[in-house]
Design a protein around this ligand. Structure first.
Ligand code: NOJ
Length: 741
């Protein structure tokens, strides 16, 4: 008989040096203070704590809007979003604390996604570093800047798994893989929140969008999601669970429905899974008017209907719709929501405010001196540059044209993004400013001496039909020793409400690349984008291809560092690059199917007009040196179900340059009672290797890594054989096997 072991998923807090796990256990003193405060509150004041308003100020006059002032005095606002600045937040806070009956402080939230004033690479690019330590440091730096400008709370990290690059918000997350997503979620939560929430640099984090928002049909933002509970638990939920385990203070309910239930009214998700299974003690805020939008979803006809749904489901704070502060007063009086439900939501919101120390220091983030001195510090810029270098993925390097020598005579710098300082900021750049962005031209100019002549031609725009400058671009290329062409998307083409139905380079940029290729000069293409584009024809035309995402403030410096070899590329794709749009969704951890594709067999799972393989696989990225993998071995070839197994591999740098390699480990459960992916990432290590140096990378595979959800949605390990695959991408690897008995 088959033996099946049920795993008990540990919920106990586990403290590590690099991250305090806030909200994992309750502080009796805080709970006592909350009890006494709640006992003093009227129903209106309670629902006021659950009400998040936007703006607060009249744009034209810069004064507080009368409605806001009134509601603050009445204790009917719990939070603001989108109010920035030590002085502006202080003025609103003063009314809440000094002029309302109970003086409960406000909590100020903002989208601090990849930096505040210093702009770090977009989250998808950060994930391409596979360097959680650096990502954590960047989140810490963003927290320092944002908290100096009055902010207590960021609506980040976005931990949505995205398998469809048409979806513009793929730019905001860590890509397609739940394991990498969970690692990045943990790093960001730790970075934002820091060690001590009461510290004035701690920024409360918010894992969003709960849940499966990235599963939007056809990649169209806000669209319907219909995934099985298995896919939800195996693919979409792990980064949220990781964020909760890392002590995230809040979650945001998503806009979408899942299988007929809008998330903001999904009691199973918000209460049974989040609070029940995962023992989350923080609070849930809705997305922007997501409660109100349940009327459009047609699960309720009135504001009262949808408000009742949301509050009962476990959404504690209402972003912008104003339903909690208004309609829910009547609804509570009529018994449509119980006092217990209201108190529970209020308790969670107050818990976060107590944890941040706002009752004792309501003006903790309102220090104008700190606001003036905290921004764009040299150490933040150095970090932004390092992160950007590691985020760049070298996709192709024919004839080893890269790195370029600095002793060129003439270099052509071409393309609409070559001297652009707006787009590299990427979407959701908070207070990031174009004037703080180093362009590629500037980065290259700083790097090269005055003897190198630079020919700079835009060639064409990012979008639009004009190719009037093609001729000039070609002439500049002809006269040069090498050509760098910087092409891509506008930053507004990714992020929210920026889904695309085509994934090729917009406008006439592909044609520009083709024309430049015709000159026969060494051609280096740098692509800036918030998503994978279909680059097959570009790759064919050029010698070297660099995926540079949107890299933020230090874009140009980092790109120049890579192009001229001052930094060796080490980024790896956090998402699969398709050959063609028709392959989408395409991801590495797919299932086998009953008819895996075979080129020579017609009735197998494939296309008649395109391969099934990607252009560049998940985990892929080249270096200027070569790494050789050898001697993959295991601590045991047979283990019991409770036993971990140690995986070791030797990695040698056989080239002439120092470099860093991201060693990746994948596992396949060969036969199981439900279908399992062909492979799943279960570990990675970033290893620095000097030329000719060899190191052993080591991983531990735990019983949890080998487990999955069985037919009854219970997490189990089944006995049998597992294949372990190790290498520098999801495709190139050494293999070995072991048996679980
Ligand atoms: C809507 C977006 O979906 C969400 O991610 C963001 O945090 C809120 N707006 C607030 O800006």
């Amino acid at each position: 008989m088959r033996k099946i072991l049920l795993l008990i998923v540990a919920t106990a807090a586990c403290f590590t040096a690099s991250g305090a796990q806030h909200f994992r256990s309750l502080d009796p003193l805080i709970e006592w203070r909350i009890d006494s405060l709640i006992s003093l509150m009227t129903l209106e004041e309670k629902l006021g704590q659950l009400n998040q308003r936007v703006g607060g100020y009249d744009h034209s006059t810069g004064t507080i809007r009368p409605d806001d002032a009134r509601m603050l005095r009445e204790g009917r606002v719990g939070s603001y979003l989108g109010v920035v600045g030590a002085e502006r937040t202080r003025r609103l806070q003063k009314i809440a604390v000094e002029e309302s009956r109970l003086g409960i402080p406000l909590i100020f939230g903002l989208d601090v996604i990849h930096g505040f004033r210093t702009t770090f690479p977009i989250p998808l690019a950060e994930a391409a570093t596979w360097n959680p330590e650096l990502v954590q440091q960047a989140a810490r730096a963003a927290a320092r800047e944002a908290t100096a400008a009055g902010i207590h709370w960021t609506f980040a990290p976005m931990v949505d798994i995205a398998r469809d690059p048409r979806w513009g918000r793929i730019a905001e997350g860590a890509g397609e893989d739940p394991y990498l997503g969970a690692v990045m979620a943990t790093a960001k939560v730790r970075g934002f929140q820091g060690e001590l929430l009461r510290d004035s640099t701690a920024l409360l984090a918010c894992a969003k969008h709960f849940a499966a928002y990235g599963g939007a049909e056809a990649g169209r933002d806000y669209n319907t999601v219909d995934v099985s509970e298995r896919t939800l638990r195996e693919i979409y939920l792990p980064p949220f669970k990781a964020a909760v385990e890392a002590g995230v203070g809040t979650l945001m309910s998503s806009f979408n429905e899942i299988a007929g239930v809008p998330s903001s009214g999904n009691r199973w998700l918000m209460t049974d899974v989040l609070r029940g299974e995962w023992t989350f003690n923080g609070f849930v805020v809705s997305d922007w008017e997501a409660i109100l939008e349940m009327i459009n979803h047609r699960v309720g006809a009135t504001r009262t209907d949808v408000g009742v749904l949301a509050l009962n489901a476990g959404v504690d704070m209402d972003m912008v719709s104003g339903i909690y502060a208004n309609e829910m007063v009547q609804a509570a009086r009529a018994g449509l929501v119980t006092e217990h439900i209201v108190n529970q939501a209020v308790r969670r919101v107050l818990r976060a405010k107590f944890a941040l120390g706002l009752f004792d220091h309501p003006y903790r983030n309102c220090d104008t001196l700190r606001e003036r001195t905290e921004m764009l510090k040299p150490e933040y810029l150095a970090l932004a540059r390092k992160l950007a270098q590691q985020a760049i993925v070298l996709l192709q390097n024919k004839r080893r044209v890269l790195p370029l020598s600095k002793n060129l005579k003439r270099l052509a710098l071409i393309g609409p993004l070559v001297d652009d300082r707006r787009e590299p900021k990427g979407p959701w750049a908070a207070e990031g400013r174009p004037e703080d962005v180093v362009t590629v031209l500037e980065g290259v100019r700083t790097k090269l001496g005055p003897d190198v002549r630079l020919e700079v031609v835009k060639g064409c725009e990012i979008v639009g039909d004009s190719g009037v400058a093609f001729g000039r671009a070609v002439r500049a290329a002809q006269a040069a020793d090498a050509v760098i062409v910087v092409v891509g998307e506008r930053e507004t083409m990714s992020g929210e409400a920026a889904s695309r139905a085509y994934l090729d380079l917009p406008g006439r940029q592909e044609e520009l690349v083709r024309k430049l290729a015709g000159t026969g000069r060494r051609l280096i293409v740098v692509v800036m984008s918030g998503r994978p584009l279909t680059l097959a024809s570009v790759a064919e035309q050029c010698d070297a291809l660099l995926q540079a995402w949107f890299l933020g403030s230090q874009s140009g410096n980092a790109i120049a560092d890579i192009v001229f070899g001052d930094a060796n590329p080490s980024g790896k794709l956090p998402v699969t690059f398709p050959r063609t749009l028709g392959q989408v969704p395409i991801y590495y951890n797919h299932k086998s199917t009953g008819r895996p594709p075979v080129d020579t067999l017609k009735y197998t799972s494939k296309y008649i007009d395109a391969p099934t393989t990607p252009l560049f696989p998940f985990g892929f990225g080249l270096s200027y040196t070569t790494f050789v993998y050898k001697n993959l071995r295991l601590s045991d070839s047979t283990i019991s179900m409770e036993q971990p197994v140690r995986v070791m591999v030797d990695v040698e740098n056989v080239g002439e340059r120092d470099g860093e390699e991201v060693v990746q480990m994948y596992v396949q459960d060969e036969v199981a009672s439900v279908t399992r992916p062909v492979k799943e990432l279960k570990g990675f290590r970033r290893v620095a290797l000097r030329a000719a140096e060899k190191k052993t990378a080591e991983f531990i595979l735990t019983p949890d890594d080998l487990s999955f959800y069985d037919l009854n949605m219970k997490r189990v390990i089944e006995p049998g054989w597992f294949t372990v695959m190790v290498g520098g991408s999801s495709e190139a690897f050494l293999e070995t096997r072991f048996e679980v008995r």
